[in-house]
Design a protein around this ligand. Structure first.
Ligand code: GLU
Length: 430
């Protein structure tokens, strides 16, 4: 136990939460929770033009959605400009910084080597020769990122800074400020960036890059969190499906990977499917219902119980919650999407229509409307007429669902109810 460990996540609210930033937040949270430390939040909203309240709200919501909690209230850099200016003045007074118009710059002494042991990459050394004088306060009076970052990390007592490789070049500059103020220097660890399938940095070109988009697609938070963590840390043993709590029990910063990982949406989908299978029935139904509603497929005119049963029929067939709606639209509406090719194949022929008429006619007289009685009737009828059951099933499936594939036809028919099934089976015949 190291109860002095303090980490932080420091988002800039200039856009939605990127998957890479979400992973950074997850690892910082894990570092804290695995060692009884503190996980702080800092809002880096110094860019008044690009920072927006709606992005901040969405970022906080997405962090909570992923299952993360933080200690204390987040601090906001936009409320601390006076402090940063005072800190810069302190360095001017001590001859370490100078004014250039309205701006304040830090004087970098050449001829030194700045080195630190990166928690992930090992020793990193930079010559001050290669670092030009650093802006502390810009001419518009706003503080530069590297400067306020150090002022805040020191004040918040941050002991470990885990962030993306895109900040590797900032760290030596930040070390200069730690030295100048005599602040204790934290440990730094830089995580390799997430790459797209083509090996370049994951970006919009590769598809969705924000947590918001994956949430809308119907990924479960636990699955997305699990997947993102695996892009930077490998669990011991074979098991890959691990909850956040389980991960926190075995996570160690030392085990984080220095290798760039490719984002593989197929693997994420596989994992999401596994999480969907594990959801308790009531939660699964609630999530499916919420997804249908947010996708504009009005689930409310279908009785909740029937909807839940329909969703169960498709549980093994979907990898995201969003996939259910288009596969199962015929449960909620009569103007469901129709597979035109299947329609022509199974209902565009005289045999198809004849089989459908025969099946519908027989179903009208069925005593008890259940999937097993419907199935028995179908098999008997096929045998009686010297047909394969498929010759009855394909046209019927097209007529009642508009699809060539899906859950078992007899279960679908039971759930739709006799009246709907017969009405839909008669339509192609008129
Ligand atoms: N606001 C910075 C970012 O979003 C934080 C960098 C850091 O963690 O120091 O990249």
């Amino acid at each position: 136990m190291d109860d002095k460990l303090i980490v932080r996540f420091a988002p800039s609210p200039t856009g939605f939460l990127h998957l890479g930033s979400a992973r950074t937040a997850l690892f910082n949270w894990l570092a804290a929770r695995s060692r009884g430390g503190r996980f702080l939040l800092r809002i880096e909203d110094t860019d008044k033009v690009r920072s927006e309240e709606r992005f901040l709200d969405e970022i906080l919501e997405d962090l909570r959605w992923l299952g993360l909690d933080w200690d204390g209230e987040p601090i906001r850099q936009s409320a601390r400009f006076d402090l940063y200016r005072a800190k810069a003045e302190e360095l001017v007074a001590r001859g370490r910084a100078y004014r250039e118009g309205e701006a304040v710059l830090f004087r970098v002494e050449p001829g030194r080597t700045l080195a630190y042991d990166d928690l992930i990459h090992g020793r990193i050394a930079v010559e001050t020769e290669n670092i030009k004088d650093q802006v502390l306060i810009k001419s518009d009076g706003s503080p530069a990122y590297n400067f306020c970052c150090v002022v805040d990390d020191a004040e918040q007592g941050v002991t470990h800074i885990l962030r993306g490789d895109d900040h590797i070049s900032n760290t030596p500059k930040q070390i200069l400020f730690y030295e100048a103020f005599g602040f204790p220097q934290p440990h730094f660890g830089h995580m390799p960036l997430i790459l797209g399938p083509d090996g370049s940095k994951l970006s919009k070109r590769h598809g969705g890059v924000s947590v918001t988009e994956y949430k809308a697609e119907g990924f479960l938070p636990a699955a997305l969190a699990n997947y993102l963590i695996l892009l930077g840390w490998t669990p011991p043993g074979e098991r890959e499906i691990l909850s956040l709590q389980e991960t926190a029990e075995i996570f160690r910063i030392e085990d984080m990977s220095g290798v760039q990982a490719k984002f593989d949406v197929q693997k994420l989908k596989w994992m999401n499917g596994e999480y969907i299978l594990k959801l308790p029935a009531a939660e699964y139904a609630a999530r499916i219902t919420a997804q249908l509603r947010s996708d504009g497929l009005d689930p409310d005119h279908v009785p909740a119980e029937r909807l839940a049963q329909a969703a169960e029929l498709y549980r093994v067939r979907i990898k995201t919650l969003r996939e259910f709606g288009p596969l199962a639209d015929f449960f909620f509406r009569d103007d469901f999407a129709v597979d035109e090719e299947g329609q022509a194949k199974h209902l565009g022929t005289a045999e198809g229509k004849a089989a459908l008429a025969l099946f519908a006619d027989r179903l009208a007289g069925l005593d008890e409307w259940r999937h097993d009685t419907i199935e028995a009737l179908c098999r008997e009828l096929a045998q009686e007429k010297g047909l394969k059951p498929a010759a009855l099933i394909h046209p019927a499936r097209m007529a009642v669902s508009g699809k060539t594939k899906g859950a078992g036809l007899f279960e679908i028919m039971e759930l739709l109810g006799r009246e709907t099934v017969l009405r839909r089976m008669k339509e192609p015949l008129t």
